[in-house]
Design a protein around this ligand. Structure first.
Ligand code: GLA
Length: 368
């Protein structure tokens, strides 16, 4: 697939049709260096992200599919989608709000995962519009989730905007939502990254740093116990760059079957809009990604359920051949009054921002 936009207007093409017959469009935004993203309207999904390596060579660093039917297949494990209304898990699919009990779909052990089954945000077709100025290019996607969709209260109006500035290899994602009834909201993007390029073997040799002194321990179904525990002395201590594969064997023997944990991000400086959440370095290509966010947490998931499915260009997506860094409020927050709240009130605006900035390193241990 061609990449880069050479400063041209954002491009819109037809990507295909859903099984239900809806047309899906795909937008390309980028800057003159060839850094570019493609976003489709099904699931407000990030399909491709072309990033230069240390020699300036572009590769697509995201797992995904070449067509809509790929995204509708069993092989799609939330690749690149906007995830919600509430990403991650809600224990037993139940919560109470203002004295009313709500029951959601159970789709992950005994729990609710990533907003439901049929009409979660990753599966619906969004409306989109592209914008361009001398500052950069963006595509803004909107969707109104009706009251009761997937069991959640309130008509929720959601906007997700993807922006690439003209002068930096950065992808910004900003989320906004409003509601007419109190409702939980927790949105993220579920991109699967392999900085050597999608279809490369594993990410076990990538180096990761997480700006987190604490994490949220869970039960065996990955529901937080409520405790906020230090990472110090555990295999979850990524406070300095660590090879992902170095300690994954013992984590693989736990209920999480690898890294699948919510990290509590260290507090940001008072005058900073976003926190540095993660730094990911691929020594082979030299690509380095920095994730900044307004969110209090990040789920580091090491692709433990990838199963060799066929992805773009008939490539095989092997076990642990990509990882996700899902910026978010903590899992099951709606059942944990002590966690930062995910409840959106009518009249308020849900706002969240995450930015992925790319650069290169010459040597594997340099995360500067
Ligand atoms: C999240 C979850 C994982 C898994 C993936 C999707 O990261 O935490 O357990 O469900 O999504 O496969």
């Amino acid at each position: 697939m061609a990449s880069g936009t050479s400063g041209a207007e954002p491009k819109v093409e037809t990507f295909g049709k859903t099984k239900a017959g809806e047309t899906v469009e795909i937008y390309t935004i980028g800057n003159e260096s060839g850094f570019a993203a493609r976003i489709m309207t099904r699931g407000a999904t990030l399909v491709n992200l072309y990033v230069p390596d240390r020699d300036g060579k572009l590769a697509d660093v995201l797992l995904g599919f070449d067509n809509v039917s790929g995204y509708e297949s069993e092989g799609n494990q939330y690749f690149g989608c906007t995830t919600g209304r509430v990403c991650n898990r809600i224990a037993r699919g139940k919560f109470s709000l203002d004295g009313k009990d709500y029951t959601l779909a159970i789709n992950n052990d005994a729990n609710h995962l990533h907003g439901g089954v049929e009409r979660s945000l990753d599966k619906v077709v969004w409306k989109a519009k592209a914008f361009s100025s001398d500052k950069g290019q963006s595509v803004r996607l909107t969707y109104t989730s009706p009251d009761g969709e997937e069991g959640y209260p309130g008509n929720l109006e959601i906007t997700v905007a993807f922006f690439i500035p003209a002068d930096r290899n950065t992808l910004n994602i900003s989320y906004k939502a409003t509601t007419d009834a109190r409702t939980p909201v927790n949105l993220t993007n579920h991109a699967y990254f392999n900085l050597s390029g999608e279809g490369s073997e594993t990410v076990l040799n990538h180096r990761l740093r997480l700006n987190a002194d604490h994490y949220t321990p869970t039960d065996d179904t990955l529901i937080p116990t409520g405790e906020i525990a230090p990472v110090e002395g555990t295999d979850l201590d990524f406070r300095t760059l660590h090879r992902i594969g170095a300690r994954i064997k013992s984590v693989g023997e736990t209920a999480a079957i690898g890294y699948d944990h919510n990290f509590v991000l260290n507090e940001r400086a008072e005058d900073a809009e976003m926190t540095l959440a993660a730094v990911l370095v691929d020594p082979a290509s030299g690509r380095r990604m920095r994730v900044m966010t307004t969110e209090p947490g990040i789920q580091f998931y090491s692709g433990n359920f990838l199963m060799g499915q066929e992805g773009k260009g008939l490539k095989t997506y092997a076990h642990r051949s990509a990882l996700c860094l899902e910026t978010q409020h903590y899992p099951d927050s709606v059942n944990h009054p002590d966690f930062p709240s995910t409840i959106l009130n009518p009249g308020d605006v849900y706002e969240s921002k995450t930015s992925y900035n790319f650069g290169v390193v010459e040597s594997q241990d340099n995360d500067k």
